[in-house]
Design a binder for this molecule. Structure first.
Ligand code: S3P
Length: 430
């Protein structure tokens, strides 16, 4: 059932916010815990639906005790402890689950089939299948798309230069590399989020960084303990809400990994000040508080294609904020946005127009006119980030708005609507 949110603009936010544990890191820590020898304890675990998909797949591979809770305990018996699943592995909506697990299954001596929901079944998988094949796994895709059939086995290290900058592809190759004979190197043309290599490094794996390349050699890691930092890409939406409503806001305990915070630099160019207070580091991940100063007036911005790999999930919020700037904004190099959970480029153009703003695309570029949104109706197209960005945009529109499909926010940010309501925003779900 599609759930519609009704948003009444005009409220300022107040109080202190907290976001759920980071989804990207959660996938990786769960997979590393499941392939560790020994017990792991992961705190501040998120209940995001995507992360549930990873946990359920790990359960189906016979990892005992992947019971997601605030404190998740995993009893790992090593990579060799994984067992052939009884049926297909359902990755739900989660591309990260499908791609990272492909890396693990490439080294597992049995056959497994990865499937997903309607959206995931349309997402490209050769980008991950190709390097894993080169390492020695047998992998078939359906013309490049799921289902992904993997028969794993003994792997040999390779040097791989991904065509598309992707943390999921890098992560899959490095996870396979931990099990492969010899050295495995990923050479990145542009840096992407580095959670896999940070976690492996913190667990003692032999990882080397040399200008733009990451090399891992064979390693068996032990169980570990860690507290997930809050999801900084979830915080991006609350920052957007604060900036658009002219509110100051503190967000407690989010990840501050520089490979995830480039959006703060773009927001600075737009006139939004966010201070970072680094407080701790956990399993190689820096974390701390964010403090958003009251914003008065947003400036239009130009974002170049070289910035995209570091803005990949946050560009959606930036685009909607641009609709409120005092001039036009332009974002180039958004081809990859078309193969996310939905065609986010088309979805953004439609959604901004639906909410009474002006936006268009020229090829892979997005052009957003400033001046504000009048209010109206936007469709999330089954995409969690579009759902959240449209709700936030609607908070600052002139009139009341509706966002169709707000329930998809749960895929990444459990309790998104409730969090906004607690801060004083008028969002009602019908
Ligand atoms: C992710 C990587 C990004 C991002 C996704 C999460 C990850 O995808 O969009 O939400 O956790 O590795 P790509 O690797 O396709 O850029």
């Amino acid at each position: 059932m599609i759930v519609r949110a009704e948003i009444v603009p005009g409220s300022r936010l107040r109080g202190e916010a907290k976001v759920p544990g980071d989804k990207s890191i959660a996938h990786r820590w769960l997979i590393l815990a499941a392939t560790a020898v020994g017990r792991s304890e992961l705190r501040n675990m998120t209940s995001a639906l995507d992360v549930r998909s990873t946990a359920e797949c790990l359960d189906a591979l016979d990892v005992s005790n992947v019971e997601l809770g605030q404190e998740t305990v995993v009893e790992g018996t090593g990579r060799r402890g994984l067992r052939e699943p009884g049926g297909t592995l359902n990755c739900g909506n989660s591309g990260t689950t499908m791609r990272l697990l492909s890396g693990v299954l490439a080294a597992a001596p049995f056959r497994a089939t990865l499937v997903g929901d309607e959206s995931l079944m349309k997402r490209p998988m050769e980008r991950v299948a190709e390097p894993l094949r080169q390492m020695g796994a047998r992998i078939e895709t359906a013309d490049g798309y799921p289902p992904v059939n993997i028969t794993g086995g003994d792997l040999t290290g390779i040097t791989y230069r991904p065509d598309v900058p992707s943390a999921q592809v890098k992560g899959a190759v490095l996870l396979a590399g931990e099990a492969a004979a010899g050295e495995t190197t990923v050479v990145e043309s542009v840096k992407t989020r580095d959670h896999t290599e940070r976690a492996l490094g913190a667990l003692g794996a032999p990882i080397r960084h040399e200008n733009g390349s990451i090399t891992i050699s064979t390693f068996d890691h032990a169980g570990f303990e860690g507290t997930l930092p809050g999801d900084v890409s979830g915080a991006a939406f609350l920052i957007g809400a604060a900036a658009l409503t002219g509110s100051s806001l503190r967000i407690a305990d989010t990840g501050l990994n520089p490979s995830r915070t480039h959006f703060l630099d773009v927001l600075k160019r737009m006139g939004v000040r966010v201070d970072r207070h680094l407080l701790r580091e956990t399993v190689g991940e820096p974390a701390g508080d964010l403090e958003i100063a009251e914003t008065s007036g947003l400036k239009g911005v130009t974002v170049g294609p070289e910035e995209f790999p570091l803005l990949v999930d946050d560009i959606v919020m930036i685009a909607v904020m641009a609709a409120f700037a005092d001039g036009e904004s332009r974002v180039d190099g958004l081809g990859e946005l078309r193969v996310k959970e939905s065609d986010r480029l088309a979805g953004l153009v439609d959604g901004i127009r639906g909410l009474g703003g002006r936006a268009s695309n020229e090829g892979d570029s997005l052009i957003v006119a400033g001046g504000g949104l009048k209010g109206g109706t936007a469709d999330a197209r089954g995409d969690h980030r579009l759902a959240m960005a449209f709700v936030i945009g609607a908070l600052a529109a002139q009139g009341t708005s509706q966002v169709e499909g707000v329930e998809y926010a749960e895929i990444t940010f459990p309790g998104f609507v409730e969090s906004l309501a607690r801060l004083g925003a008028k969002v009602e779900v019908r």
